[in-house]
Design a protein around this ligand. Sequence first.
Ligand SMILES: Cc1ncc(COP(=O)(O)O)c(C=O)c1O
Length: 363
Amino acid sequence: MINCLDLKGQHQAIKEEVFEAFERVYANTAFSGGPFVAEFEESFARFCKTDYAVGVNSGTSALHLAMLALGIGQGDEVILPANTFIATAWGISYTGATPVFVDCLADTWEIDPTEVEKKITDKTKAVVGVHLYGQPCDIDTLKGICEKNSIYFLEDAAQAHGATYNNIPVGSFGEMACFSFYPGKNLGACGEGGGITTNNKSYYEHLQSLRNHGCKERYYHDEVGFNMRMGGLEGASLNIKLKYLSDWNNRRKEIAKRYLSEVKNDKIKMQFQPENTDSVFHLFVVTTEDKDGFCDYLKSNGVNPAFHYPVPCHLQNAYADLGYKKGDFPNSEYLASHCVSMPMYAELTDEQVSTVIDVLNRY
Ligand SMILES: Cc1ncc(COP(=O)(O)O)c(C=O)c1O
């Protein structure tokens, strides 16, 4: 069976290097924050071409703290796509603000700027652009709308480490960009992890304090803060993996290029890739009318599908009180009920990719 993701190959290949790094963390007892995390923050900021990066304990925490650093809270509204992983919305809800969902475009599946503009009220404080499946959203248009309305633009780049928009890496387009280093991501820690990049020194300093109990000086707390520090072992593993990220991303692109050009089947639709974006293909999602039949066919032909994501955020029970209903966002709802993720990770062999393509073409 060819799975959508298999982390074993990557971790086997770099095991010695990572274990060596773990030995150094252990010898230094630098388990929480510390030099290994600081080293990763510097390297990741350089990778994203930003001035600063702040490591935290998850992508969800990154989104939460970014909202707080923008001063977002009770009574505020933040606009985001309905077709994202639910954590994009959690960061908003944790602050007491209201997530305002909008539909995606029918072809790129990215947040629809026209729908964003319609939802702006005098309570709107920010728009979160999600770079879905590794492909940058329509940043220029979204930023233009945000500037015109004097609201913040923020990137959820949890799935898009290294993706570029107009040849510039994601991470520097908004006030801040939030990344996840969950193990299954293009850059995943050996453990949980997240990060925020920014070019703004005051956000950077505020984020450092927020993640560490609201203090700049130990035991002097300027505000109610959190324990959301990145662990030393996670930081050390990310330092090692960051060196390989571009190669891994290039391999994903190579695989995606084959899927895009060699799959010739009208029953299977793919995410449209605009010319000014360079996706890092965190996921390779297709849609097809008969999802159940397609999945049965895949499984009986040795391909194990996954689903990202079967229920759009606005129809999740957690947000029932916001009053959304089926039919509100047709493109997101179509995607949710027809999306099927194909195998996508750097260690897939050419032979496995050929098998997947052959299975898709025979459907
Ligand atoms: C788009 C998006 N936003 C946020 C997150 C949250 O990241 P984490 O799982 O590290 O909390 C994820 C990943 O799970 C994600 O895919």
